[in-house]
Every structure is written in C-alpha cells, then in structure tokens.
Design a protein. Structure first.
Lengths: 253, 367
C-alpha cells in the first residue's frame, strides 16, 4: 500500500525514504576502463539531469568498453493522479474467468490468427501469446478451450495472413512486429489494417498488435483495437479479446 | 485559392497523409482556422489520434495542437474529452471502443485545445461523420493517421485532401516520384457507371460474389473465389488468362495486393494483351513498389468502379529531426510531375489562408 503522505500529483522515485528521488542505473560506454571513463559517466549522468551522481561500480566488459552502475537523484516529478484519471488500465481476468466469460458471453470457439508479418523474423512474441507452451508458466491461447488458434509463424506477407483469416473466419488477427524509430515496420502494420478494410471485414475483426515499442497510443494511430508490449501475458490478451467480443455484440450496427 | 474554398462543398472531407509527419495535422489546423473565419460549424473525427503533444514514435517531435471554437462537434474518447478540460455537451455515446477509451459525440460549449481520437474503422468514421452532420455540423473533417487511406474511400468521404512531405525521402526527386504514384493511385481512372463491366460488377456485388473474369461486353467467363487476388501466384494468373483468350477485365472484390497486379502485368506482357484489373475504389489497391502507371505500361491497367475526388495536395517541406527542402522548389517539381491538382504549403508565407499559430521548427540545412 502506498504511504498516506504520497502526493500522487508529484511522484518521484525513492530508495531510502519517500521523495529522495534516488535512481539506480547501469550502462556501458565505448571507452577504455579508466578514471577518465568514471569521470565521463559522472558528467553524463549530470547532463541527464541527475543530482549528486555517484558511480558505485564500474568494470571493463571487453577492451575499450566500460560498464557502470550508478546512483543519482532525480529532481523532476510526474503527475500520476491525472494519468490514473485517464483510465487506460483494464482489469485482467484469470484463465478460469476467461473460460467462463467466453462460454457465457461468446458461446462459440473464438478463432485467432497470428503472425509476425513482413520482413520481421522474430516469432517469440507471437509464440508466447499463442502456443500451448506460452511463457513464464502462463500457457498461450492454444491451451484455452475458448480459443482456436492458427500461428502462421514469421515473415508472413499481409496478403497471406489476411487470406488465412478469411479462410478460417477469424475473430481476431494478432500481429507481432518490431517497430523502430525509423518507422520501418509501421507501413506494414497499417497496410494490414487497410487490407482488412478493403475486404470489408474491419468491423467484424479484432485487430491486435504487439511488439517491444507498441503502446495503446501507437495502436490507435495504426488502426488496431489494442496494442501489447513487454510484460504482456497471454491472459492479458485473452481478457481483452473476450471483453471486446462481448462489447461488440452489444453495439447495434 | 484557399483550401477551404476548394473543399467547402464536400460535406465529409478526408485528410490522408502518405506517411507520418507529412503535415496532416498542420493542414487540419489551417483548414480549421479558415472554417472558423467563415463561420462554418465544423465536426472533427480522426481514425487515429490528433492534437497530441508529442509524436507517438519519436518523442522529440512536437505536434501541432488542435484548437476548436465553441460550438464545434467532435468524435473523441471519454478520457480525452475529460482531459481537455473543455466544457461540453455529450450528444451520443457510440459504444465503440478504442485503445484510448469509448468514442463519444460531443458539442464543445467553450473553445480550446483537444485531442481527437474517433473510431478506427472507416465505416464507423462514416457513421459518426453522418451523426455530426445530423447534429448540425456544416462540414465534417475525417483525419487519417500515418499512411492510412481507408477513410478516403468514396464510400466514406466525399472528397480528399492529400498530404505529402520531405519525410518520404532525403532525395527530393524520390519524394516527387512517390507522391506522383500516390496521386495516380488516388486518381485511378473510373469505369463509367453505364459501361458493361461496371453494370456486371454491380450485379455481382449485390449477389455477394464480386470476383470474376469478364470479356469486352462484361460477360462472365469464370467466377473467381473470394480470396483469389490475395493468394493467386503469377503462374495461376497466367493460366487463367491463357484459358480465356477473350478476357479483358479481372473484377476483383476486396483487397488487391501488388503481387497480384504484378502477376497480371507479367502475363499480359508475355502474351501481348491488355488486361484491366477492376477494383471497388482506389483504397483497395496495395502498391508499395510501383505506381499504377508502371503496371499500365506493361498491359495491366488498374481501374476503379468508384473514383476518389482528390481536391488538393499539401506539402510539408520539413522532415522533423532530419532534413528539409525549399518549399517553392518542392511544389514546383510536384506540379510538373502531377498536374491538375492544386498544391499548397499552408505554412509558407505565400499561402494566403489564416496562418495556424506557431512557427514551423526550422532546421539548419542546405537549401
């Protein structure tokens, strides 16, 4: 439980006592292990805005590279209270609750087609979400009675993914993609949305995307119904899907 | 000529960018300022998100805010309406969920800055646009997101404003070439509604089967399965055309990926034939490599059953955090390559519309 005296409008990190702003950080600099390297790390932390930066550990990772562990005092605060008011959090159901909810509110197998699209060779995200094995002891949607899954793997063209979705009359298309700062994969994500639109299936299909940089805000711009990033477990995705299907059934079209 | 004058009669106007940071929101704010000066009650929705403070991918890029006068109508989420702090009257709850909350229709009772995030699906964007018109909006602006085009379909919007910019490439010629391809795609030749092919297409669409091989007179030579264009290999297309010597048109329902038209073009070129690929409207063609002119020259002409009414092109000569071009030169090169479409830089001193507030961030670059 947070301490009573926490001012949620002005939150900062803490280590020893509330409000001390202490941050532990680690990074590597491409410089040889030396006193000059230590000074460089201190100066860098100061430029990052940390007060009283302190190097507590540094060592050579390989010749020419030095790894640092540092402390610093963070001087700025964040307004948690107003972020909380925006209400972006959803409550997740556990596996039993998802099965029950799906049986009562959907009443048929929910068909999910997933892939890493385009040139993206990473399939770990999609495998973790869909395959029975799952990860961290949470099995993927394949292990639920409520879901019928089709994992097409990696480097799947949008047209192939969409054709499969039509073939099996998918309720959900799940795409995994690494979005880079250079926008490399963004076009591929929007193209899928636009192809689903062109097939006249946008309203009946839940589109979800996942990847290391995917946020709800990005998902909205891309045209997806939800975005999932690091820290997402299969039951998070499953909670969203069953709730969204039930909500859509309630909206007259 | 002002953007608002060129687009004033389009009750639902779509704004589509060719990529992120092509100046869609700047164009939107310029248009809003003009409409405010004309006293038009405006309705605004976005298939993505507008008026946010920072770019969603590159946090260093500041975005223009969307400032609306009292009386404006918006389709945006409950959370964003609340966050704006603007007094408003909720007209309808749509029940449509987005990753940022449920979309509401509201009338602003005071002016101010607000983030707009309407329904993502194009058909839902059309529904909220119509609802805002019913609630008294004189014109509804449907803003796109990133490079999404679905809202520019004639089923959704009455006219289109397209936005392009330096972000497409560091090479100005490449920016011009890619923009010309996108314009050519938006302006695909339309089949006249009375043509035999168009009449046959309408019949097939109403029967729920709209993919087929047609001859010169629109007679059906072979019915194609629903996912044909998504899955057919070039060899399948070649065999199909070889089976039907009198085939003139491939009528394709749904999405037409580039691999398909490339297959048609290869088969047409080898056999010295000319084949038309007819799609519902330009938003159904997915070309990433080449423009429609390339395929037409090879014997595969893409045609649309319903055209898009492209009214103007706006340019952003600045690629944020990267490079910029001289605005006049970029517009001149575009005008030479394209023709028939008015081209504006709404932030340039030469544009005589109301200037949106704020300076364009300038970059030290060789011009």
């Amino acid at each position: 439980m947070p301490h009573r005296e926490v001012d949620l409008g002005r939150v900062r990190p803490y280590a020893d006592h509330l409000g001390d702003g202490l941050v532990q950080m680690s990074f590597t600099l491409p410089v040889p292990h030396s006193l000059a390297a230590r000074r460089a790390a201190l100066e860098l932390a100061a430029q990052m805005g940390f007060e009283e930066p302190e190097v507590v550990h540094y060592e050579q990772v390989t010749p020419g590279y030095t790894y640092f562990v540092m402390y610093g005092r963070c001087a700025v605060t964040v307004d948690f209270a107003s972020l909380q008011e925006e209400g972006f959090d959803i409550e997740y159901l556990n596996e039993d609750e998802i099965e029950r909810f799906a049986a009562e509110r959907v009443g048929r197998p929910i068909v999910v087609v997933g892939a890493s699209t385009g040139s993206d060779t990473h399939s770990v995200g999609i495998d973790a979400m869909l395959n029975l094995k799952g990860y961290h002891g949470h099995h993927g949607l394949e292990g639920y009675r409520a879901f019928q899954t089709h994992n097409l793997g990696s480097q799947v063209p949008n047209a192939v993914l969409l054709a499969k979705a039509i073939e099996v009359d998918a309720d959900v298309i799940l795409v995994s993609q690494t979005v880079t700062q250079q926008n490399l994969h963004v076009q591929n994500l929007t193209e899928l949305v636009e192809m689903v639109e062109a097939e006249g299936r946008r309203r009946q299909t839940i589109l979800a995307c996942g990847g290391p940089r995917v946020t709800n805000e990005l998902a909205k711009e891309l045209g997806y119904d939800a975005g999932f990033s690091k820290g997402t477990y299969p039951h998070h995705l499953a909670s969203f899907i069953v709730r969204e299907l039930a909500a859509r059934a309630a909206v007259p079209r | 000529m002002l953007l608002s004058e060129l687009t004033g009669d389009a009750r639902r106007l779509a704004l589509v960018g060719l990529a992120k940071n092509t100046g869609k929101t700047v164009t939107l704010t310029a248009l809003l300022a003009e409409l405010r000066a004309r006293g038009t009650v405006v309705g605004v929705t976005s298939v993505g998100r507008d008026g946010e403070q920072h770019d969603v991918i590159d946090f260093r890029i500041d975005k223009p805010r969307v400032d609306l006068p009292a009386g404006s109508l918006v389709a945006t989420t409950d959370a964003l309406l609340g966050a704006s702090g603007i007094e408003h009257e909720v007209l309808e709850r749509t029940g449509l969920g987005t990753p940022l909350g449920e979309v509401l229709l509201a009338r602003l009772l005071a002016g101010g800055e607000i983030e707009i995030a309407g329904p993502s699906a194009a058909a839902d964007a059309r529904a909220v646009a119509d609802a805002m018109l019913d609630h008294g909006a004189g014109q509804v602006l449907i803003d796109g997101a990133i490079d999404r085009r679905a809202a520019s379909s004639p089923r959704i919007a009455d006219a289109l404003l397209m936005c392009t910019g330096a972000i497409l490439s560091e090479d100005i010629e490449e920016v011009v070439a890619r923009t010309a391809d996108a314009v050519a795609l938006a302006r695909l030749p339309a089949l006249s509604a009375s043509s035999p092919v168009a009449r046959r297409a309408a019949e097939l669409a109403s029967a729920g089967h709209a993919s087929a091989v047609l001859d010169e007179e629109g007679r059906e030579l072979e019915r194609l399965p629903a996912r044909y264009a998504l899955t057919a290999a070039a060899s399948d297309v070649a065999a199909l055309l070889a089976r039907h010597a009198s085939a003139r048109t491939l009528l394709i329902a749904g999405a037409m990926p580039e691999s398909f038209v490339a297959g048609v073009a290869a088969a047409a070129r080898r056999s010295g034939r000319e084949i038309a690929v007819a799609i519902a409207d330009p938003t159904h063609a997915f070309l990433q490599e080449r423009g429609p002119e390339h395929y037409r020259a090879q014997g595969a002409a893409i045609v649309a059953l319903a055209p898009i009414d492209l009214r103007a092109l706006t340019v952003n000569p600045v690629a944020p955090q990267s490079h910029s071009f001289d605005s006049a030169r970029l517009r001149e090169l575009l005008a030479t390559a394209i023709g028939g479409v008015p081209i504006f830089d709404v932030r340039h001193a030469g544009y005589r519309g109301s200037q949106p507030p704020g300076e364009r961030p300038t970059m030290p670059t060789a011009r």
